[in-house]
Design a protein. Structure first.
Length: 347
């Protein structure tokens, strides 16, 4: 295939081409930069100046918006396996290229987490757990609000974490995929909508889960925060931060597919209705009207012209000698009869 080809309601796209390495590289670089910013905010920001929900939401939105502005025209600016899954389901990204996207995203997040975690200054009074508590994603004992909630003997349950992550995932994935063109590139609204969606998602989920929203982001920091003295080991709760965004992606993709099918069906019915109206315009009455170009009119006109030619030919044809003699006799008889009638009238 050399371009997008439609098969039913799905779009068959080339699986790999010469631009695939460039797009995959853009996803790696974009995810690296975005997650690096998020990890710095979650570690240094929390410890040094006590980052709150508003600060985290704004920083998250700006980080994804900046990444989309840099790489959106190259790869679509996914930076999130959930967005890639929805793009694959809706035909905006080929499935094989989508696999490479997800691998690049996870590797980018792992690389950024490795740099941030390994360069954090630690001591006996400032431990790794102090830096990483707000950077990792978790619930119950792993929640960023656990220290405060534990004083009241309450926690944010896994059910609440799942619900909030799915709702935030719907917002994030819906905004990202709806602003992707059919060829997979980001349109002009992608930067703005993605930034706003991630900001809202972070504001919803940060107090409960630390604002996962992105399986690659959650995986990168969980790997290097493991065995760092946290209240809850991040890898044990990582499954929630993969299942929820992917489920949200499937829901968004299903809604988009159904919407496209309804639009296609409506457009088909509308086209059929217009076609029937055009056909009815040609049948205004039962009378047959011949146009100057119709074969019936031509044959009728030819017949009339032929009769005229025959009559004209008969009128112009000269009389034979016998016919002339008969005509003279007939004229004499008419004249005699006329004279006889005149004599009778005079008597």
């Amino acid at each position: 295939m050399t371009g997008n080809q439609y098969s039913g309601n799905l779009v068959e796209k080339p699986q790999l081409n010469s631009e695939t390495p460039i797009r995959v590289g853009a996803e790696f670089a974009g995810t690296f930069l975005v997650t690096f910013a998020l990890f710095v905010v979650g570690t240094l920001g929390q410890v040094l100046y006590g980052a709150n929900v508003f600060f985290v939401a704004v920083a998250t939105g700006l980080a994804y918006a900046a990444g989309s502005a840099l790489f959106g025209r190259v790869s679509g600016g996914h930076f999130n396996p959930a967005v890639t899954v929805a793009a694959v389901f809706t035909g905006k990204t080929a499935w094989l290229e989508g696999i490479f996207y997800v691998i690049a995203q996870v590797l980018g997040a792992v690389a950024s987490a490795a740099i941030v975690v390994n360069f954090l200054p630690v001591s006996k009074t400032v431990t790794s757990s102090m830096w990483l508590t707000s950077a990792v994603n978790g619930f119950e004992a792993g929640s960023v609000s656990n220290s405060m909630l534990s004083q009241a003997s309450i926690t944010f349950s896994v059910t609440m974490a799942i619900i909030l992550e799915i709702i935030a995932g719907l917002i994030v994935v819906g905004a990202a995929v709806s602003t992707l063109r059919q060829n997979g590139e980001a349109d002009k609204q992608h930067v703005l909508y993605s930034g706003i969606a991630y900001g809202i998602g972070a504001a919803i989920t940060f107090p409960v889960t630390g604002a996962g929203l992105n399986p690659a982001r959650s995986t990168g920091i969980a790997i290097f925060a493991q065995n760092k003295g946290l209240t809850q080991e991040p890898l044990q709760q990582l499954w929630v931060f993969w299942i929820c965004p992917i489920l949200a992606a499937a829901i968004v993709a299903l809604v988009i597919i159904i919407t496209n099918m309804i639009r296609a069906s409506y457009a088909s019915k509308l086209a059929a209705s217009d076609s029937q109206e055009e056909d009815l315009d040609f049948v205004e009455s039962d009378e047959v009207v011949y146009s100057s170009e119709s074969p019936e009119y031509s044959s009728e006109k030819d017949s009339e012209e032929a009769e005229k030619i025959v009559e004209q030919s008969d009128a112009e044809q000269p009389l034979t000698s016998q016919e002339q003699a008969d005509a003279e006799v007939s004229d004499e008889k008419s004249k005699s009869k006329s004279d006889s009638d005149k004599g009778i009238e005079s008597d």
